[in-house]
Design a protein around this ligand. Structure first.
Ligand code: JB2
Length: 212
C-alpha cells in the first residue's frame, strides 16, 4: 500500500507514475530531479536535486519511486535511494492485472492495463509499461523495461537492463540478454545476446553496442 512517496525524476515517466500512485490512493510529496527541472509536474513540486534526499529521509519520508526511463540510471538511483534508507514500493496501476502467483521485486512499476501472468517474476526496478502483456512463467530482469503494448509469450527470459521496445512481440521461450535493446515493433523469434541491438520482423541484429 502506497502512502507518502518521493519520486526521483520529473520527466515523462514521472508523470505517468504520479497518476498511477494517486490512482492507488498514494500521496506524492514531491519530485527530485536535475537542476533544469523546476516546474511542478501534475501539481507535484520539485523539491531539489539528489542532494535533498538525505534530508527528506530524515523527515520520516521513507518511500521513494525511481521514475526514470533510462535503465542503467534507474538501477543506479534505486541502489542509491536504498542505501539512504528509502524503501522502494511497487506501483501497480489499479487497471493492471497481476496474477496471484506473480512476484514483483522492489521498485517495480506496472502501468495501466498491463498484465503480469501466472508464475512470472519481475526483478527489482523493472518497468512493465502501459498495456504490455507478460504471460506465464516469464522472468523479467533487474531494471529491464517492457515498453507499452509489448506481448511476451510464455517462458520468456529478459535480462537485466534490457529494453523491449514499444509494441514488440516475443515468441515462447525466447531469451533476451542483459543490456540488449529490441527496437520498436520487433518480432523476436530467436534469442538475443547480451548488449545486442535487434529490430524488425523477424528481428535481426542492427549493430553491437560497444560498451554499457
Ligand atoms: O541523476 C539524476 C537524474 N538524471 C536525470 N537524478 C535525478 N533525481 N533525476 C535525474 N534525471 C531526471 O530524469 C531529469 O531531471 C528528468 O526529469 C528525467 C528524464 O526525463 P525524460 O522526460 O527525458 O525521460 P523519462 O525518463 O521521464 O521518460 C523516458 O522513459 C519513459 C519510460 C521517455 O522516453 C518516456 O517517453 C518513456 N515513457
Amino acid at each position: 500500500m502506497l502512502l507518502r512517496v518521493v519520486i526521483i525524476g520529473a520527466g515523462g515517466h514521472a508523470k505517468v507514475i504520479i497518476e498511477a500512485v494517486r490512482a492507488q490512493g498514494g500521496e506524492v510529496v514531491g519530485l527530485v530531479a536535475q537542476a533544469n527541472d523546476s516546474a511542478p509536474v501534475l501539481g507535484a513540486p520539485i523539491l531539489g536535486g539528489d542532494e535533498v534526499l538525505p534530508a527528506l529521509r530524515a523527515q520520516s519520508l521513507d518511500a521513494a519511486i525511481i521514475a526514470i526511463g533510462n535503465n542503467a540510471l534507474r538501477e543506479r538511483l534505486g541502489r542509491k535511494a536504498q542505501s539512504l534508507g528509502f524503501a522502494l514500493p511497487h506501483v501497480v496501476h489499479p487497471t493492471a492485472f497481476l496474477s496471484p502467483s506473480a512476484r514483483l521485486g522492489a521498485g517495480v512499476v506496472v502501468m495501466a492495463r498491463a498484465v503480469v501472468g501466472t508464475d512470472t517474476s519481475v526483478a527489482d526496478l523493472a518497468i512493465i509499461n502501459t498495456a504490455a502483456a507478460v504471460d506465464h512463467d516469464n522472468s523479467i530482469g533487474l531494471a529491464a523495461h517492457i515498453a507499452p503494448g509489448c506481448a511476451l509469450a510464455g517462458t520468456v527470459r529478459v535480462g537485466a537492463r534490457a529494453l523491449v521496445g514499444v509494441g514488440s512481440a516475443l515468441r515462447p521461450g525466447i531469451r533476451v540478454g542483459a543490456d540488449a535493446i529490441i527496437g520498436a515493433g520487433s518480432t523476436v523469434v530467436a534469442d538475443v545476446p547480451d548488449a545486442a541491438m535487434v529490430g524488425g520482423a523477424p528481428a535481426r541484429p542492427l549493430r553491437r553496442r560497444d560498451s554499457l
